[in-house]
Design a protein around this ligand. Structure first.
Ligand SMILES: [Zn+2]
Ligand SMILES: [Zn+2]
Length: 130
């Protein structure tokens, strides 16, 4: 019989949270998230925070696509596209690592839009320089 106590509520601990490394009991472990209740709450908040940023990036990307003629002459446009591609890449890695499914789906849809924007930009760029 285990004498180790849950570090959240003091009941009999059955496992260790892989994120905070505390001993936790059945009641304080979120099986769906595979974390203790505290870490699960944190991860959910972090994920919805990131989903919010991805959604607003998507809006920005689509705004640029719709106004590409006007935005094309902006000297920051190329840097913006590169920055979006970089952000998508690093957020995608994070979503995979932390198995944040909703975030991953949002990122995949953003990635598609950013790639389309990149292609549209290149096509326009080539047309103007020839
Ligand atoms: Zn507990
Ligand atoms: Zn934890």
């Amino acid at each position: 019989m285990s004498l180790i106590q849950c570090e959240i509520c003091g009941e009999k601990a059955v496992t260790i949270c892989p994120r905070c490394y505390r001993y936790v009991c059945e009641k304080c472990f979120d099986v769906a998230m595979n974390y203790c209740v505290d870490c699960s709450r944190f991860k959910r908040e972090e994920e919805s925070d990131l989903v919010r940023s991805v959604k607003s990036m998507k809006k920005k990307v689509n705004f640029i696509r719709e106004n590409l003629d006007r935005c094309f002459n902006c000297p920051l446009l190329k840097d913006e596209i590169m920055r979006f591609l970089y952000l998508v890449k690093s957020l995608e890695a994070k979503a995979r690592l932390d198995s944040m499914e909703e975030l991953e789906n949002e990122i995949l849809s953003l990635k598609e839009d950013v790639q389309k924007l990149g292609i549209e930009y290149l096509v326009k760029f080539r047309m103007r320089s020839t």
